[in-house]
Each structure stands twice: as C-alpha cells, then as structure tokens.
Design a protein around this ligand. Structure first.
Ligand code: KG4
Ligand code: ZN
Length: 392
C-alpha cells in the first residue's frame, strides 16, 4: 500500500510517500519521497510559533513540497486528462478559505497524472488548529482530485509508533516495526505534550500520567529564552549542557524535581522553570553560568521523567519503554534512561526514534496512517475535522 502523508500541526510543513507492507506485528516502510520545510527561521524572530504565521507558511509551502515529494518518488507526470467540472467545483469549495493554495493546486497539481498512491494520511490533531486545518483541507482537496481515501492521524500516535521503528532492512530508506514486546509504555515528550501512554494491544491506549502544567519541550523553550538562547530552545540547552558535562559535570546549581515522590505518574514543570528564573534574576550570566544552569536543568528533567516512567512501569508491568516526540532527541534523556533502565530493569527494552524521525515529519504520519488504513478506518471527506486538542 502506498501512502501519501501530510503533516502541518506546528512549524514544519512535511509530505512523504511511503510504500507500506506487512501487518501490525511486522510492518515495513520504504520511503519513496520525503520533503520538509521548517519554519524555524520565520518563527525565530518572534521567539515562538504564532498560529496565524504558521498557517500562512504551510499554505505557501504545501504545493512546492508536494511537487518535490512526487518528483523524488518518480510520480511527477503530466496528465492527458482535464479535471471534470464537478471535481473542480468540489475542490474549490473545500479550499474556499485558502484562495492562494487553491490557485496553486489548480495550476500545478491538477495538471498532473494521478500518482500511484492508495491512501492519503493527514495529521488531524493535536496541534495548532489553524495550522492543522490547512493540512486537512489540502488533504481533502487531493482526496477529491485523485479519488483516493483519506485517514486522519493523531500526531502523538505518529510519534509513538515511530519510536518503535528501526532503520534499515531492504534499503537505507526502509524502516521496520517488528518484534515489539507488549505492553508498550510510551513517554511522549514534545513542545505541547508530556504524557505516559500504555499501549497493551496495537492502537489501544491508556493514559498513565501527564503534565499538570507545562510540557517538557515548552519548559526547555522557556528556560532557553530566559538564558537569551534562540527558539527552539531544546537543542540549544542540550548543546550548552554538553559543554558543562565535558568539563566534568559539576554544576553549582541544583533545581527541584517537582512531584518526584508523589504516588502518581503525573508531571509538573512550571515550578522547575520558575526556580530557574529565580536563580538567574538580577544576575549577569557568563557563558559558563548558562552552561551550568542548562546542565542542572537537564539533570532535573531527566530524573523526573525517569522516576515517573518507572512508577508507571512498576504499576503496568510494561515490557517495552518507547520515548517519542521532539524532546526524545535529547541526548541526556536517552543516556539517563539507557543507563538506569539497564541497571534497574534489564528485562525491559528501551526504544527511541532514529534521530531524523524524532522531530515532526510526515514519515511518522505515514507510519501511523498505515495502521489506520489497514483497519479501513477511512474518514468522510465531508466531516473530517482538524482538532487542536485531539487525544489518543
Ligand atoms: O514533537 P516536536 O518536534 O513538535 C511538537 O509536536 O511539539 O517537539 C518540539 C519540541 C520543542 O520544544 C523543542 O525545543 C524540543 O522538542 N526539542 C528538544 C530537542 N530537540 C527538540 N528538547 C530537548 N533536547 C533536544 N535535543
Ligand atoms: Zn510533534
């Protein structure tokens, strides 16, 4: 089954085409085409993502990215046929709020032959509603234009299932999901989410814990801002903390581990963020100070994440721990979990996404879309909605 996947939930516009085979127990994904435009440069001047700006950028980028993906997949061919009047009207109606995008679609996409895809997968949520809507409307328009079914994908399910995927196999463009020991306890950490989900059987979830205030990625981004570092702050803090670690890792700063001893697996990061703020207020910080603060912040984050995950592990008896979402790229979190888990629970396997799939991308939406498409969970083009708060 060939899937065309679209992701526009936040600040990356991404489209991929995946050739998918196998069943839930053993699935193989070969990437036929993959293109992504990051809006980081655009958002950097605001110090964060503005939904209206993100939406505008997605609308501008979707057609060029689709052309790039189709071309890489060798599916870019001119059509002999013209679009029927009915299809033209329907697509125009679906994109009535996206005038420029509609114009681009008619001038550059509707002149192409229908590509060799079976399903269109699109992120339906969670994320920034205006950003999600552009992707969903675009997917609906393509679904009408090409007469292909559509599946709505939960972005967090994309992160979760992608954390189970291993690179390699038939080619370097292949990922496989196989030999997964259930239950899987997934720690999903991103800019908008921090949650522990138990997947006991494929695609069934139970929420074991979540943040009561800030998401961990949000805490990274806010602390980075306090230290005068650019957006997104996660990789910046990580870079600075590594420098302090290379010096021996002794930071004069220590920050609290909120709710670490409480008998539940919920998280809280706003107190940690405030404690960083108090420790730097009124001070002129040297580069070394910033590195030491980053290190102490990262240590607090990793320990809290681990202890809470371990609590859920003991409660649920999970056999696999999967860490997914943008923050899963963090080296310290990966190392910390790797070290403690192999010491304290050698029977449990730890899995994280390959680096190129840890941040937002369309491959993860294709991977999750395949599970949904195999179950024939197709959406109705009329009623499919983007939902900024979509839960798993
Ligand atoms: O999943 P993601 O790409 O987008 C959302 O769905 O939110 O996650 C983005 C978050 C941002 O907060 C970013 O600062 C954080 O992931 N992040 C990191 C690292 N790379 C990205 N945080 C810590 N360390 C990293 N290396
Ligand atoms: Zn994400």
């Amino acid at each position: 089954m060939n899937i065309l996947a679209i992701e526009t939930s936040c600040d990356e516009t991404a489209i991929a085409i995946l050739s998918c085979e196998g069943d839930a127990e053993s699935a193989t994904y070969t990437i036929l085409g993959n293109a992504l435009i990051s809006q980081i440069d655009v958002h950097q001047e605001f110090g964060g993502v503005f939904p209206a700006v993100a939406k505008r950028e997605h609308a501008k980028n979707l057609v060029p990215i689709l052309l790039g993906t189709l071309s890489e997949a060798d599916m870019l061919k001119e059509s002999e046929q013209r679009v029927s009047q009915t299809v033209h009207e329907e697509v125009t109606r679906i994109l009535s709020r996206e005038f420029e995008l509609s114009k681009e679609l008619f001038s550059k996409i509707s002149v192409l032959a229908i590509p060799n895809i079976d399903v269109i997968a699109v992120t339906a949520g969670p994320g920034l509603a205006p950003a999600l809507w552009v992707g969903v409307s675009f997917a609906k328009a393509l679904s009408i234009l090409w007469n292909k079914p559509i599946v709505g994908v939960n972005h967090m399910e994309g992160h979760l299932l992608t954390a189970l995927a291993k690179k390699g196999g038939r080619s370097i463009k292949t990922y496989t999901v196989s030999n997964v020991s259930m239950p899987v306890l997934a720690l999903l950490i991103s800019g908008g989410h921090t949650e522990l989900q138990l997947m006991s059987t494929w695609l069934s979830y139970n929420l074991e814990g979540q943040t009561r205030d800030d998401a961990v990625g949000e805490a990274y981004d806010k602390v980075a801002r306090m230290l005068g570092l650019p957006y997104p702050g996660g990789p910046e803090i990580s870079r600075l903390a590594e420098r302090a670690r290379d010096r021996g890792g002794n930071s004069p700063y220590t920050f609290p581990r909120p709710m670490i001893s409480d008998a539940h697996s919920d998280f809280s990061f706003s107190g940690l963020k405030t404690s960083v703020l108090y420790s730097i207020r009124g001070k002129v910080l040297s580069d070394t100070d910033k590195e030491n603060i980053s290190l102490a912040f990262e240590d607090a984050v990793a320990e809290v994440l681990y202890v809470k995950t371990k609590r859920a592990l003991l409660k649920t008896g999970a056999k696999t721990i999967a860490i997914g979402g943008g923050v899963s790229a963090n080296k310290n979190i990966r190392d910390y979990f790797g070290n403690r888990l192999s010491r304290e629970h050698p029977e449990v396997s730890l899995t994280t996404p390959t680096p190129e799939l840890s941040g937002d991308n369309a491959i993860m939406i294709g991977i999750a879309g395949y599970y949904r498409a195999r179950n024939a969970e197709f959406a109705d083009t009329e009623t499919l909605q983007a939902n900024g708060n979509l839960a798993l």
